[in-house]
Write a protein that binds this ligand. Structure first.
Ligand code: 11C
Length: 344
């Protein structure tokens, strides 16, 4: 028997990707329903070789739906995810609304799949922020091998993380620069075309941004609360694919060769590290791919047991839609969905 799956936010960047990935991975669904706010009612989205007409979220009855992949923003999640969960449908929520709640598991299957069982309290599972997802996929096997003490990470995040309007803004600003037209800035705080902006999400009181705070809180929740992490999150004029320069200090010695071998056999990771021109991965090449790519693995000789590496992934896939579908696969493979109906 297959499952009934709803995708909320089906017309957005991540929602469309969720539909593509469900089809690509032949998720065992008998029925897939595309939902969105009434603004998108009647729009069409593709699901494999089918076209789905978008239905309204606010009139949809979730009681016979097994899984809801939710990517309609934090406000919609806060309003809808608890209600959907109460109807016995497990919500895999891509927003930050529930990530830090103790009774909601935050899951990257390669890192902490076993924690998924905690979903029965509210029938909600949180999907991490894109910049954290790819980072913890890389850190987990290294932490197991040599115990991470501290991480310093700088991100180079593509505009698709900020939604479709942000992608349009990069496109139209780039065109305006080339045609000597007016460069209009709406979505970002400064011009993004031919620029970089050290600001993602809102500012916090301590001077960090919420994006940077999320990387700290989510790494601690999923991997180990003892890990110290500091981040600088930067937006770059790239459409799809987040990159990260990562510096790690370990408790025990680990050589670049050992780290390379460990990462080569780690789930979800592909090492591309030839130490020659072009022998590394870039966001452009990672777009549309599932892996978290690791390149430039080298010793940081300025600290004891230090390594540097470069980490790249498609933020809409591993950073959002793919991870959500992988969580759904964990629920199916571990036969956990009947627990959702009992919990409701
Ligand atoms: C960005 N990382 O690139 C953000 C997008 O908490 O799920 C995802 C925000 C989140 O702008």
């Amino acid at each position: 028997m297959g499952y009934k799956v709803a995708v909320v936010g089906a017309t957005g960047n991540v929602g469309r990707e969720m539909l593509d990935i469900l089809a690509e991975r032949a998720f065992p669904a008998d029925e897939v329903v595309a939902l969105a706010s009434s603004r998108s009612l009647g729009q069409e989205v593709s699901f494999g070789d089918k076209i789905l007409k978008v239905k309204a979220l606010d009139t949809y009855d979730f009681s016979d739906t097994d899984i809801c992949l939710m990517s309609a923003g934090g406000d919609a999640s806060k309003e809808w995810s608890p209600r959907i969960g109460q109807q016995g449908c497990v919500v895999i929520d891509n927003s930050s609304a529930f990530r830090y709640d103790a009774d909601v598991p935050l899951i990257v299957p390669e890192v902490n799949a076993d924690a998924v069982v905690g979903f029965t309290k509210r029938n909600i599972i949180a999907n991490p922020n894109c910049s954290t997802a790819q980072l913890v996929v890389a850190l987990k096997p290294l932490h197991e091998a040599a115990t991470i003490k501290r991480v310093v990470v700088s991100t180079y995040q593509s505009v698709s993380g900020a939604g479709k309007d942000a992608m349009d803004e990069l496109f139209s600003q780039t065109r305006a620069v080339f045609t000597a037209g007016e460069v209009v800035t709406k979505k970002f705080t400064k011009r993004i075309a031919f620029n970089v902006i050290p600001h993602i999400d809102v500012f916090m009181e301590d001077g960090y941004t919420k994006e940077e705070w999320k990387m700290v809180a989510e790494t601690k929740k999923m991997l180990d609360p003892k890990i110290k992490l500091t981040a600088t999150a930067v937006r770059v004029p790239v459409f799809i694919g987040h990159a990260e320069a990562v510096n790690v200090e370990f408790e025990r010695p680990i050589t670049p060769e050992q780290a390379t071998e460990i990462l080569r056999s780690a789930p979800g990771v592909l090492v591309i590290d030839k130490r020659e021109n072009g022998g590394y991965m870039t966001p452009h090449e990672a777009a549309g791919e599932d892996a978290t790519y690791i390149s430039r693995i080298r010793e940081d000789a300025t600290v004891e047991n230090g390594l540097n590496f470069w980490c790249v992934s498609d933020n809409l896939r591993k950073g959002a839609a793919l991870n959500a579908v992988q969580i759904a696969e964990v629920l199916v493979n571990r036969k956990l969905l009947n627990k959702a109906k009992q919990a409701a």
